[in-house]
Design a binder for this molecule. Structure first.
Ligand code: PMP
Length: 289
């Protein structure tokens, strides 16, 4: 496996960074998870734009231009001969000293690009729906570390994931500090009520998901009304349908939340329509490798 590290393609064993890298010491950096389908990178421009925006929010200037970053992603995919892949693009603050101060980090920052085979939720969950629970760990306060920043500090999400693991399910719903439904540990959330899609506004403390935006667009094209609105666990329990969206998960139906079956307890018709529309889109557009 070839890994891109700071402009060079190196073997996995040689892809090592300094123990003084602030990405490691402090989670000081940003990242993206991107997918390729059938030899084409899906929504690469959108992912690179979000990476830059996350960087801007933490005052981390990208070490290379958008075009150079794009080329580095494509070169890494080519070097690994991958057609269907998951891409992890990481930019850290780089090597500094043991203090927090990012001004002590010399160099332009560390760029890492890993391309690997995608690992998915088991297929049965796409057919039957996924069971999730709401966890006690609240999503980060947007006024503290905004969940809009896709930073290397994922401890908030990891704590929630541990709670999901302890409950024996694969995903967790995270609430905002005020108790509104925010998102999941690695996915955005939608509910369907009386034929209408509802997803939490990202200001509540959720990532501005690229799959979320794609699904909202597909809903519009398919004549399904979609709004961004605050809602609670009660609204999820009493929704007709519920599904999650994410680059890795795509569109996945939710069958049960906190032991309450959602709707009929089976994936609903609007969810299934969007699953198909998303599948068709991922196979029909993207930047050729
Ligand atoms: N929320 C969180 C916390 C995530 O980590 C992800 C995955 N990147 C998502 C939502 C979904 O975002 P996207 O559709 O851009 O992958």
């Amino acid at each position: 496996m070839k890994i891109h590290l700071n402009g060079k393609l190196v073997e996995r064993g040689e892809a090592v960074v300094s123990v003084f890298d602030h990405g490691l010491l402090y989670g000081d950096g940003v990242f993206e998870g991107i997918r390729t389908y059938n030899g084409r990178v899906f929504k690469l421009e959108e992912h690179l734009a979000r990476l830059e925006e996350s960087g801007k929010a933490i005052m981390l200037t990208m070490p290379t231009s958008r075009e150079e970053m794009k080329k580095a992603v494509l070169d890494t995919l080519r070097a690994n001969g991958l057609q269907d892949a998951y891409i992890r693009l990481v930019v850290t603050r780089g090597e500094g000293d043991l203090g927090l101060d990012p001004r002590k980090c010399h160099g332009k920052g560390t760029i890492i690009i890993i391309t690997d085979k995608i690992s998915l939720y088991p297929e049965e969950h796409y057919r039957n729906g996924l069971e999730v629970v709401t966890v006690a760990t609240r999503r980060n306060l947007p006024e503290a570390v905004s969940p809009k920043i896709k930073s290397l500090n994922y401890l908030n999400n990891i704590l929630a994931k541990i709670e999901a693991n302890n409950a024996g399910v694969l995903e967790a719903i995270m609430l905002s500090a005020d108790g509104w439904v925010a998102e999941c540990t690695g996915d955005n959330i939608f509910i369907v009520r009386k034929g209408q899609l509802i997803t939490p506004p990202t200001y509540i403390g959720a990532l501005d998901g690229i799959t979320r935006a794609t699904v909202m667009d597909l809903a519009k094209k398919n004549g399904i009304p979609c709004t961004e609105a605050l809602f609670t666990r009660y609204d999820v329990f009493n929704a007709d349908e519920c599904f999650l969206t994410g680059t890795a998960a795509e569109v996945i139906p939710v069958s049960k939340v906190d032991s309450r079956p959602i709707g009929t307890g089976k994936p609903g018709p609007i969810t299934l329509k969007l699953v198909e529309a998303y599948k068709a889109l991922t196979r029909s557009e993207g930047l050729a490798i």
